[in-house]
Design a protein around this ligand. Structure first.
Ligand SMILES: [Zn+2]
Ligand SMILES: [Zn+2]
Length: 364
């Protein structure tokens, strides 16, 4: 394919992205060229753009991507679920390309920590194939990526955030082993919080308690299965702990999931656990997110803390399955609240960073 296409490129943090033109790559063996139809802006894109976390430049940000296949390299016949693939099929894919052969991939089951990891929307686009991020017209999928064909019943906007937000939350609940009839606390009513609540409902949780400081988001999360919402804007920590204990027969919750990305929520979420409770940390995915806590409380109350960054291929497939099965039960189609086209990407990033939007969709 002897052709060029556009991408929004960040040349340094805290500056406007610029539309650049690059040649489209020749599609090599086991690779796929995709025409992007939708990419939603993740909180971590905003962190990279503002410089809160460092990113190699130049870079095409964006990793919550959906698109249609325009060219299949030799040897690509099926997706990771053994469904046949053809030109024109709509697909999503894992945020990472991993080697499958290194210590972490093969021996430790941590494909997201592969020693030769490549991540869409996270690596420099200076060299060919250039198109390795979502804020562009095309994306080039390399062989270590798990590709998933998107069911026809799901819209692009419903399925795009599965690639990061939803799959990560699936991995998070699995990591702390959520069980039916348990009481859970979700700290943060953003996109991850909505998925966390919907999954908790699906898994059969008893009380699904959500804290945030934005009332409209707390109201919205009820539609994702939250049984109790708590606006903590004017509450002291000990009042929050007490309120949560009173919702759980005085014991505290079995599991807490932190998805707001605020370090001070960690000590608070730990205090809300019952004896033997489990805490999963997802939100603070940027450096220097420090907190302090009395280790004695972790020991005496037998608490478990797990960190979850990204996910395995199976979690993305589970996320897509979950959307397909429950799309009539939860308003996933309302998670994208704003839309911009690629040329207005800077406007989109401002909206995403303002907290006004839940997810902003970038449509090429
Ligand atoms: Zn590896
Ligand atoms: Zn993300």
């Amino acid at each position: 394919m002897n052709q060029t296409a556009k991408a929004a490129v960040m040349k340094s943090a805290n500056t406007d992205l610029k539309i650049e033109t690059y040649p489209l790559p020749r599609v090599e063996k086991e690779c796929i060229l995709v025409k992007i139809t939708c990419c939603t802006i993740c909180g971590s894109d905003v962190h990279s753009w503002t410089g809160r976390r460092s990113a190699p430049v130049p870079i095409i940000l964006g990793h919550e991507i959906v698109g249609t296949i325009v060219e299949l390299g030799d040897g690509v016949t099926h997706d990771s679920g053994d469904r046949p693939l053809a030109i024109g099929d709509r697909i999503t894919w894992t945020i990472m390309d991993n080697c499958g052969k290194c210590y972490f991939c093969r021996e430790k089951g941590l494909m997201m920590k592969c020693r030769h990891l490549k991540k869409y929307g996270h690596d420099s686009c200076a060299e060919p194939p250039h198109f390795i991020g979502g804020f562009a017209e095309y994306c080039y999928i390399t062989p270590g990526t798990c590709v998933i064909k998107v069911p026809d019943t799901l819209t692009d906007e419903e399925v795009a955030p599965a690639n990061c937000a939803l799959a990560t939350v699936v991995a998070g609940w699995e990591a702390i082993g959520i069980e039916p009839f348990e009481n859970v606390l979700i700290q943060g009513a953003g996109a991850l919080g909505f998925y966390a609540a919907a999954l908790a409902k699906y898994y059969g949780s008893r009380r699904i308690i959500v804290t945030d400081i934005l009332e409209h988001r707390l109201e919205f999360i009820k539609r994702f299965g939250a049984t109790d919402i708590l606006n903590t804007r004017n509450m002291k920590d000990h009042e929050i702990v007490k309120a949560i204990q009173s919702l759980t027969d005085g014991f505290g919750v079995d599991c807490t999931m932190e998805v707001a990305g605020i370090p001070s929520l960690i000590p608070l979420g730990l205090k809300c656990l019952r004896i033997g409770g489990r805490f999963v940390e997802i939100g603070n995915s940027f450096p220097n997110a420090n907190f302090s806590y009395d280790a004695c409380d972790i020991v005496w109350r037998r608490l478990t803390i797990k960190g979850v960054h990204n996910y395995d291929a199976k979690h993305l497939q589970m996320g897509v399955n979950f959307l397909e099965e429950t799309q009539n039960q939860f308003p996933f189609n309302e998670i994208v609240t704003h839309r911009v086209n690629l040329h207005d990407i800077n406007k989109g990033l401002h909206i995403a960073g303002s907290g006004e939007a839940i997810r902003v969709a970038v449509l090429p």
